[in-house]
Design a protein around this ligand. Sequence first.
Ligand code: PHE
Length: 334
Amino acid sequence: MNDIEKELEQIQTEAEMAEFHKNYLSKTGKLTMMMAGLKDLPASERAEAGKRYNELKRAIESQFFKKQASLRAKAVNEKLKNDPLIDITIPAIKKTQGSLHPITHLTRRVAEICSSMGFLVVDGNEVVTEFENFDAVNIPADHPARDMQDTFWLTNGKLLKTQTSALQHEILKKHGPVVSAIFPGRCYRNEATDASHEFSFFQCEGMMVGENISIANLIYVMKTILSQIFGREIEVRLRPGFFPFVEPGFELDGSCPFCGGKGCSVCKHSGWIELGGCGMIHENVLKMADVNPEQYQGFAFGFGLTRLAMMQYAINDVRLLNSGNLEFLRGIKR
Ligand code: PHE
């Protein structure tokens, strides 16, 4: 052991450590200066001396850091032992890492896919006006379609949105008449719950408005989004469907992502899965948002994000998603 190492070994305090660092390892320390001196040696000795110097420096540095860590640990332990406010006999809290809720995960995925296709991703209110949820999407006061969606009314006359379509009007007014947007969000319906019904669930609405937008565009966009979500080619099928805010309106089916359309238990052997509704935006909806239907057209679609998440993660009871049950959430494989 050389003198420097002996000196290091005898150190007892952090202050002495700092002093040692200054004397030997800092920019002006002796070891660093030795390095600078190497250049004055004859060339024949320089390589060998450099090698020895490096070995020495590395050895001392490594001992220095070891010693520093052990002195620090000693100091912390002393403090813990003597601090009356710290009880080191209490068992440690086990830390577990959290993760994104499956709905959040899926929503982000859909947002990523759609924004890469040029769609705005809009976040809307959960409390909306009667006008936004119903009148602005062509469901007048006496229209029976209002009864299709049991509503949670608030005492101030507003309501918890029953469908993401409640944001169509605001988005058209703000970004129209040429706009492509999706608006995923939570919806509420006042209904009894069971394994496949919840009073609160997530939908994702989308809209594309501009000149010369057609059903062909709708089919292409739906096919692309769904294929990206499921990571395989999905076929899209439209069946006639009634929604007051679209004309013509369709029920939207996708070929079963699990069996590729051959038939399996998920698609009840039909090869198809119901995903939501869609259609060409009704001219009344456009007019109410000051968009001229003679010049601009567009499509809208809405699919159940909750339903999609249940399919993707094989969740058999929708209520689990709102349960806050960590065992369930940990069990989900992404
Ligand atoms: N808002 C409809 C629903 O909740 C879905 C839909 C959206 C249908 C857009 C057509 C167009 O069922």
